[in-house]
Design a protein around this ligand. Structure first.
Ligand SMILES: Cc1cc2nc3c(=O)[nH]c(=O)nc-3n(C[C@H](O)[C@H](O)[C@H](O)COP(=O)(O)OP(=O)(O)OC[C@H]3O[C@@H](n4cnc5c(N)ncnc54)[C@H](O)[C@@H]3O)c2cc1C
Length: 307
């Protein structure tokens, strides 16, 4: 059922959630003591509660589809950081006929094994953007073009099933994430890693720590953004700063391949991009990353999770 509104008591606490059900849009009111809002990237209920997305820092533009593939059970996920136009390919792509012209965005293919409809891969494309440098790409044509490029190699079928796209707030670029007895978690709270687009683990983690917090306090309005800032603030701040750099045209394709030839650099990159540096780590990379995170937050006009 779709949640469309909340009721509040005199102290500002949410006392009930209003749902509409069925084609007659019947109204149902469900009383609650605490509320966890996990309604994803657009967060309609979060908006009702005052959540705001700030687009000045890096955000994602991404689309995915499902495609039949002879390699649906391949053990590897694949991604292509650099997409190039080829003559005659990619209907609707402006650059499609310029030999080798660089296209904005990257692509991925995730084999699904026997999950879902069976025999399919998840195929998608994405790019990073900021309010200053919006991504100059049309998701659907780019996705079709990417499928065309990989069709032979991945034995892809002709149709892209259930194509969908979204703008993705990242790196805590939202404010208004909590009230006295409610919290936003996962995508609704902008908890997506700006460097690799991962949000599933953050969704699970914020759900867990959020439930613990709600169970232990009567008022979480201050405590929830503080906890998010403590957990993710520094890493998100530096990550979205670096992700903002990646929106500079040609930077990734120019320096990416150089970096990828260095095993040391790639080991460091995968570790920091995946947010795999823990507070206990004492090595040079970990210390540098934490230092950069602290410096980055100090320089932020708007640190993560603030207005
Ligand atoms: C194209 C694409 C590729 C991605 N690839 C990856 C990846 O490879 N790895 C990774 O870790 N992350 C990836 N992500 C991000 C990941 O999908 C999200 O971060 C994650 O799903 C967030 O989980 P969530 O529970 O917060 O929100 P969601 O998974 O979006 O769930 C929100 C739910 O709330 C429901 N809902 C919305 N509004 C209402 C309402 N008003 N009332 C009731 N219910 C409502 C929705 O129907 C939905 O079921 C990708 C995202 C996109 C768009």
């Amino acid at each position: 059922a779709r949640a469309v509104d909340v009721e509040r008591d005199g102290s500002g606490r949410v006392s009930a959630v209003v749902f509409v059900v069925g084609p007659e849009r019947q109204r149902h009111v469900v009383r609650c003591e605490r509320l966890v809002v996990a309604d994803g990237v657009r967060s309609p209920l979060g908006k009702v509660l005052g959540r705001e997305w700030h687009r000045d820092t890096a955000y994602g533009v991404a689309g995915r589809s499902y495609v039949k593939s002879g390699r649906f059970d391949d053990p590897w996920i694949s991604s292509h950081l650099e997409l190039r136009a080829e003559p005659g390919g990619g209907a609707g792509l402006r650059a499609a006929n310029d030999k080798g012209a660089l296209l904005p965005g990257y692509g991925w293919i995730f084999p699904l094994g026997t999950a879902g409809e069976g025999g399919e891969v998840n195929l998608g494309v994405g790019a990073l953007a900021t309010a200053k440098r919006p991504a100059a790409l049309q998701i659907r044509p780019l996705m079709e073009y990417y499928a065309e490029l990989r069709r032979e190699e991945w034995e892809l079928g002709p149709d892209l099933r259930l194509p969908t796209s979204a703008l993705l707030p990242m790196g805590g670029a939202v404010s208004g994430v909590a009230g006295p007895n409610w919290i936003l978690v996962g995508d609704a709270a902008g908890c997506v890693n700006p460097l690799n687009g991962e949000g599933i683990d953050y969704g699970l983690e914020t759900g867990r720590v959020g439930a613990e917090l709600l169970a232990s306090r009567t008022d979480v309005a201050e405590a929830w953004p503080q906890l998010l800032t403590g957990h993710y603030g520094e890493a998100f701040s530096i990550a979205r700063r670096l992700a903002g750099l990646l929106t500079v045209p040609r930077l990734l394709p120019t320096f990416g391949p150089l970096g990828m030839r260095s095993q040391t650099l790639m080991t460091v990159a995968l570790r920091v991009m995946g947010n795999l540096v823990t507070d206990e780590d004492r090595d040079v990379t970990a210390r540098l990353w934490r230092w950069a995170g602290r410096r980055s937050v100090a320089l932020d006009d708007r640190p993560p999770f603030t207005a």
